[in-house]
Design a protein around this ligand. Sequence first.
Ligand code: UTP
Ligand code: MG
Length: 191
Amino acid sequence: MTILLPGDAMVALVGIAGSGKSTFAQAHFAPTEILSSDEFRGQSASEDAFALLHAALRLRLRRGRLTVVDATNVEEWGRRQLLDIAGQERRAAVAIVLDLPVEVCLERLGGRGARPVPPHAVRRQHRELHGSLPTLGAEGFRTVYVIESAAEADAARIERAPRGSAGHNAMSRRNRARRDDARSSNRHRNA
Ligand code: UTP
Ligand code: MG
């Protein structure tokens, strides 16, 4: 599977605990591009973690920096917050869903002592994910990629649309002009 991403996209990983979101993110993206809910939880009170993640996401998108949100994102209200930020910063939102069998995820989690997630919570996440899958596009994701096995996750290739192109969907002339203005004033900064 080739995953095509606009160079300034908000990329939401979606998947239950143990589905391989962090592994996938680390394989395909630079560390600075990944905002992980676990890392924010590690450095702040749990109730502040998502506020910090959202603030970092907004500032990165404002500068046109592709940003990957590594969190379960199986609940609609959580995704809504990410989509609102992407929309306000006029960036395309792309979902990459890791929809692996729940038994595979539970087995993987069994071997991980660091942050145990009870099996009933993992199964609840799985029901939430499957309830959401048919309508992810309608929520506002421009493209939804669904990966269903570890082999597919390993074989996935990420292709970034060149900066200055709108990806494979047309962007309105007005948004393109706004974005290009933002770009030219930031051209000398690093990604
Ligand atoms: P991850 O830790 O990547 O899952 O993989 P996750 O989706 O980010 O989980 P949460 O939501 O943060 O809890 C879970 C386990 O599965 C292994 C990883 O090494 C890790 O121990 N794994 C992941 C594989 O064995 N194969 C894979 O293709 C991906
Ligand atoms: Mg993880």
